[in-house]
Design a protein around this ligand. Structure first.
Ligand code: ATP
Length: 572
């Protein structure tokens, strides 16, 4: 396919506000391209150049792109800046100032050049490559290339929309389940699209986990009591709930990769864990999961999360690793020497994990015991709380590892307060308000937040949040939001309210609230007959959660469950 034709599709997708139409356009696009192009289409339409876990970024600022445009077009940077001030979008600037027709490059050629720019180290080399690419593109094509480089394509295409479109291409919506399963096992939309195009549904049905491709993590549901754990699971495994980083470790021979909760590659941040795995784990290949946290070697006590979190840095990792070494409490085994362990029962995975991963300075097994006694679970819970831990996790003994899904195979029980919510809620910022009074000088007084509705792949509003941040955090937040502001509501946002500024649904914050109420103002859980759900007295308890993507926020279903839980607690 010619890159120009691809850009025409991008333009149509950009112009639609209907998700169904978007999926239909993408279906047409996937159908048209061949198997060498289909993966590229999947990455580019979701605003990536490679799956996020590869950690490849363009690393070109607006300023450098302006420099490249200036060299390519023979205009002064100051002239370009003036046009940019007027248009507000560097893609449009490129379109306006490029007067040549371009070389009618193919999608694969342009993709190759873009990837080359991203993978080049030096800034100067990147700019030179960009100049040469711009010279081969028409204005219309450059508009999209520039937006791709800046990460500002903003088509509103989420992973779920791509999966819908692939299912439509393969024959119908009912095929989505198998396609999604493959995606949950590899987190790579391009690989899924390519496998489907090359081998049809057969290839996806037999799709298995692969070392080097992070598995989308299984998540836990919450309950309010030990009694409910036993009612739901019967005899089950009960573990301590550690408050650290969830890590997925991949080993293939001497190669180790470590991925975070939201599947970012973070291998370099955990040198001591990498070294321990290489030295102490004797099998050739495996994928395991655990929670890493800083432990005081003298006392054996856990350091608070604030210490552990300091490891999330680019520089000074080695020094921190010396001062506050981490220990990985391993709790699951997902792959071992050629065998996919995800379909096996939990207890079998756990046994094998204990056999192949020895305990050591930086490796341990999560504390676990098996019981069906409510009293024993309560005691274990109380004990965990007095040790300063967050709570406990209970696991169904015969459950497979359900990649990418939150269900009652894993249950968390945290400290809960009577009358208050049983847990905090992760919400996505959808827009912000300028604020009145003292806040007006900060230019931001509150944010409109929402939760995720996976069935429609949209974000539904649940609250305005106006407290919990310091003044400095508000200012920083506003700057971050201004970088992703939109001129109109994002196509994947469903809202009855109109904030002063809409933003791309991207940033997740954790909030606490007094309770969940019903409200006609919000769209979360709203139907023709019933009002939506809202948070009463919400306050932020975290700044932007870098470990979560927008789709990792709590869902409408979670809110309904918390609402029902709260009703139960309050009648106790
Ligand atoms: P979630 O990860 O479920 O979206 P969250 O990030 O807010 O939510 P919690 O809800 O507090 O985290 O609990 C789930 C997390 O607990 C897991 O993702 C994992 O990082 C952590 N965890 C700690 N101990 C364990 C354990 N023994 N087994 C499984 N997970 C554990």
């Amino acid at each position: 396919m010619k890159f120009k034709e691809f850009c025409e599709y991008l333009k149509s997708i950009e112009e639609t506000t209907s998700r169904l139409e978007m999926a239909e356009l993408l279906r047409g696009l996937f159908h048209l391209v061949d198997s060498d192009e289909v993966d590229k289409v999947a990455y580019l339409t979701t605003g990536e150049i490679l799956p996020a876990f590869r950690g490849v970024e363009f690393g070109l600022s607006e300023k450098l792109i302006m420099e490249a445009l200036s060299k390519a077009c023979g205009l002064k940077v100051s002239q370009i800046e003036t046009i940019y001030k007027k248009l507000g979008d560097l893609g449009e600037v490129a379109e306006q100032i490029i007067s040549w027709q371009g070389k009618a490059l193919s999608l694969s050629q342009v993709y190759g050049e873009l990837l080359g720019i991203a993978q080049t180290r030096g800034t100067l080399d990147k700019v030179m490559k960009l100049i040469s690419l711009l010279k081969g593109l028409s204005g219309f094509e450059a508009r999209y290339a520039v937006r791709i480089i800046l990460g500002r394509l903003r088509l509103g295409v989420g992973d779920a929309t791509i999966l819908d479109a692939l299912a439509l291409m393969a024959g119908g919506k009912e095929l989505k389940q198998d396609i999604e399963r493959a995606y949950n096992l590899c987190s790579d939309l391009g690989l899924v699209a390519k496998s489907l195009k090359e081998g049809g549904m057969e290839a996806l049905k037999s799709f298995g986990v692969k070392v080097g491709y992070p598995i989308r993590m299984a998540l836990a549901e919450r309950v309010a009591s030990a009694e409910e754990i036993v009612r739901r699971l019967g005899r089950c495994a009960v573990e301590v709930k550690y408050d650290g980083f969830r890590l997925q470790v991949h080993k293939e021979g001497q190669r180790i990769e470590i991925y975070s909760r939201n599947l970012e590659r973070m291998t370099e941040m955990f040198p001591e864990i990498k070294a321990s795995i290489l030295k102490e784990v004797k099998v050739h290949s495996l994928i395991l999961e655990g929670e890493a946290l800083a432990v005081n070697e003298e006392t054996g006590e856990f350091y608070p999360f604030q210490i552990t979190i300091q490891r999330k840095r680019k520089y000074g990792v080695q020094e921190y690793a010396k001062e506050f070494p981490l220990k990985l409490f391993c709790f699951d085994l997902l792959y071992l020497d050629g065998e996919d362990y995800t379909p096996k029962p939990f207890i079998e995975r756990r046994r094998r994990l204990e056999e192949v991963v020895p305990k050591g300075e930086h490796l341990d097994h999560s504390e676990l015991f098996i019981t069906e006694s409510i009293r024993e679970i309560e005691e274990f819970f109380e004990n965990a709380i007095t040790r300063g831990l967050e709570g406990i996790m209970a696991k169904r003994l015969d459950a497979p590892y359900t990649a990418g899904s939150r269900n009652f195979n894993w249950i968390k029980l945290k400290r809960s307060y009577r009358g208050a919510l049983a847990d905090t809620i992760d919400v996505v910022i959808l827009g912000y308000y300028y604020g009145r009074g003292a806040r007006a000088k900060l230019g931001i007084g509150g944010v409109l937040v929402g939760v995720y509705e996976p069935s429609a792949d949209t974000f539904k509003t649940i609250s305005k949040v106006g407290s919990g941040f310091t003044e400095r955090e508000w200012v920083e937040l506003r700057e971050m939001l201004d970088r992703i502001k939109l001129t109109h509501r994002h196509p994947r946002v469903d809202s009855l309210l109109e904030p002063d500024v809409w933003v791309e649904p991207k940033f997740v914050i954790t909030v606490n609230a007094d309770e969940i109420t019903r409200s006609p103002m919000h769209t979360a859980g709203r139907t023709i007959e019933e009002p939506g759900y809202a948070l009463r007295f919400p306050r932020a308890v975290s700044f932007i959660r870098e470990d979560k993507r927008a789709e990792d926020a709590n869902t409408v279903e979670d809110i309904v469950r918390l609402y029902n839980l709260q009703k139960k607690v309050s009648v106790e």
